[in-house]
Design a binder for this molecule. Structure first.
Ligand SMILES: [Zn+2]
Length: 246
């Protein structure tokens, strides 16, 4: 599995950056996980958007969905020219229903609601989902192939169940929106870098890739705080690709 980080900011991008978006590839099968603002531009450095097999959304906050509102224009262009005739499957939590409906346009997407506890086979990928603790319904994803296991946290507060869900992952892509300083002010909805690292240690993952960085934070401090709990923690880098393998 090859994971390419297209955007790793939230809830708004840093200068020149992009919000959440990850291209996942195996055996020529390509899916996009989340599609925040700035992601479509980066995606096209790798493929035409209509060449994707599917889009998967962790949840319906705009920093994970905004570029779907323009991706549909690319799909419309592709359909009109016969470049892609079938709708692009869009796997997503279906709540809030008004937000889910708003993404759908001219039947360019094939909406497929997903929820916790479901399993899904997509090409070479086998997926399971876990509900996280966030202000909207949000799903963490465990994505397995014959060659490796990737777990993506989505957006979430700390909870022990996420460590169980991520157990033994070859790569744990985990949000780290906050720093320890924020945690002193009873924050909600997100993890700190240290919290992500504690989960990684409990889960016994091989590799921790921190993501969903607040654009005003010093990332060197996030990394330092994470490494006190998981020495091999790394910061996701936009444009970089990571091999997910045993
Ligand atoms: Zn969110």
């Amino acid at each position: 599995m090859k994971l390419t980080v297209l955007g790793c900011c939230g809830p708004y991008p840093a200068a020149g950056g992009a919000c959440s978006g990850y291209l996942l590839e195996e055996d020529g099968y390509r899916v996009l996980i989340d599609c925040g603002n700035g992601v479509l531009s980066r995606l096209q450095q790798h493929l035409k958007s209509w060449e994707l097999e599917a889009v998967l959304l962790s949840h319906l906050h705009f920093d994970h969905t905004a570029d779907l509102m323009v991706l549909r224009y690319a799909l419309d262009y592709a359909r009109a020219r016969g470049l892609r005739l079938r709708p692009l499957p869009l796997y997503s939590p279906s709540e809030p229903a008004s937000e889910f409906r708003r993404l759908l346009y001219k039947e360019l997407f094939e909406p497929v609601p997903i929820s916790a506890g479901e399993t899904l086979s997509l090409g070479p990928f086998f997926l399971t989902f876990l509900e996280t603790i966030h202000s909207l319904p949000c799903l963490a994803m465990r994505i397995e192939t014959e060659k490796g296991v990737l777990v993506y946290s989505g957006d979430t507060e700390y909870f022990d169940g996420l460590a169980g869900f991520a157990a033994g992952a070859d790569l744990f892509l985990c949000e780290a929106n906050f720093q320890e300083e924020d945690m002193a002010q009873s924050p909600a909805n997100h993890l700190s870098a240290a919290g992500a690292a504690r989960l990684a240690a409990r889960a016994g993952v091989s590799r921790l890739l921190l993501t969903h960085f607040h654009p005003e934070r010093q990332l060197a401090l996030s990394l330092e705080e994470a490494r006190k709990n998981f020495a091999a923690a790394e910061l996701a880098q936009e444009g970089e690709s990571y091999r997910v393998a045993r």
